[in-house]
Write a protein that binds this ligand. Structure first.
Ligand SMILES: *Cc1c(COP(=O)(O)O)cnc(C)c1O
Length: 369
């Protein structure tokens, strides 16, 4: 059997080890928030926003933001059908109703015209998830949000560093959230971050993230309201600070890998990989190959071919509407069509040219069959 090829794994250098060792050795007592504050400050600066709150996960950051905005029972929240469950679970936990809409064929993100058709008197927010590094059409979504007085939220967990007209994903809406899970562009093991330019929203999220204890509350063990416990540890933040210092290096490597796949597969018009439209920058978190309907390449054929070569490739997200907790059958959508004929390709920092060629050769062989 060939050596296994993982689909993602983080790049850890001496810098990460040094910061984490420092945090675990000295980051206690009066220093117990130093790396957290540094990560929040540096991340906000990198993204070009005013405020950031480090959290225990992206799911937690989204839960906090939606709760702070008062999303709850009776509210509808629009989200693309092709997504991971994390982007919608907090909506349901808050008692609001998710409304799933179809994706665009080229970006695999929210179709703005489908969004507009789904707006009702109860719609409160649109969650724009930038899928696999690709960007949602933020200017169209912003127009809709303004026209119908809706909140616009970005789940940018998969698009750290992606840009549209020089603006970073996560910085173009009421608030943005990111994940630092071990599979993401930069990692803190588990972890996430909330970002916004809105001072009031920032203060409310900060309070909610710490069991409702307001910043500056002098009274001990005194929560001002019922909140959540979604804080990041100083040790995780130390890892995050090191990764953020290396963010350009990490993203450049991710882009190189995506570019290499595109080059090696360029003679197959039946295959499309993550797009990078003009005026945008794709940070290439997850190279994804979508096969045309005419190619007759299916998810099952792809999974079988990759696993027999000991390569960990992952399926495209199932439509949320089809998952057992939602169960809204509709098999005509783009979300349903694409997930049947797509695969996520390995793309970790240290993967070699030989590894990339091995991945490509699996696809080449399938195309011949
Ligand atoms: C990974 C991911 C999440 C969940 O992140 P956690 O940190 O595991 O909570 C949420 N949204 C998107 C788009 C993701 O890719």
């Amino acid at each position: 059997m060939n050596n296994p090829i993982a689909y993602t794994k983080p790049s850890i250098t001496e810098l990460e080890i040094r910061y984490v060792t420092d945090a675990v050795t000295h980051g206690w007592g009066a220093s117990c928030y130093e790396y957290i504050e540094r990560l929040e400050h540096e991340f906000a600066r990198y993204l070009g926003v005013n405020y950031a709150v480090a959290t225990s996960s992206c799911t937690g950051a989204l839960h906090l933001g939606l709760a702070a905005l008062g999303i709850g029972p009776g509210d509808e929240v629009i989200i693309a059908d092709s997504n991971w469950i994390a982007s919608v679970a907090p909506v349901v936990h808050l008692g609001a109703k998710p409304v799933f809409v179809d994706i665009l064929e080229d970006s695999w993100c929210l179709d703005p015209s489908a969004v507009e058709r789904s707006i009702t008197a109860n719609t409160k927010a649109i969650i724009a998830v930038h899928l696999y590094g690709n960007l949602c059409q933020m200017s169209e979504l912003k127009l809709l949000a303004d026209k119908y007085k809706l909140l616009l939220i970005e789940d940018a967990a998969e698009a750290l560093g992606s840009e549209c007209h020089g603006k970073k994903a996560g910085s173009m809406s009421d608030f943005g959230v990111f994940s630092f899970h071990g599979t993401k562009t930069m990692t803190t093991g588990e972890g996430g971050i909330f970002v916004t330019n809105n001072n009031q929203l920032y203060e409310q999220v900060l309070t909610l993230s710490n069991h409702g204890r307001k910043r500056g509350q002098q009274k001990q063990f005194w929560p001002d309201e019922l909140g959540f416990k979604y804080k990041m540890s100083n040790i995780q933040a130390a890892l995050g600070c090191a990764q953020l210092e290396r963010i350009h290096e990490i993203i450049n490597r991710k882009r190189e890998i995506l570019h290499r796949y595109k080059q090696l597969l360029s003679h197959h018009p039946e295959i499309s990989l993550n797009p990078e439209p003009e005026e945008t920058f794709n940070s290439a978190w997850m190279p994804t190959a979508v096969f045309s309907t005419e190619s007759h390449i299916t998810r099952e054929k792809l999974q079988h071919a990759f696993s027999s070569e000991n390569i960990d490739a992952r399926v495209f997200f199932w439509p949320l509407s089809h998952l057992p907790m939602f169960d809204q059958p509709d098999e005509s959508s783009m979300s349903w069509s694409i997930c049947n004929r797509a695969i996520n390709l390995p793309s970790y920092f240290d993967m070699t040219e030989d590894d990339i060629r091995r991945v490509v050769s699996v696809i080449e062989k399938l195309m011949l069959d």
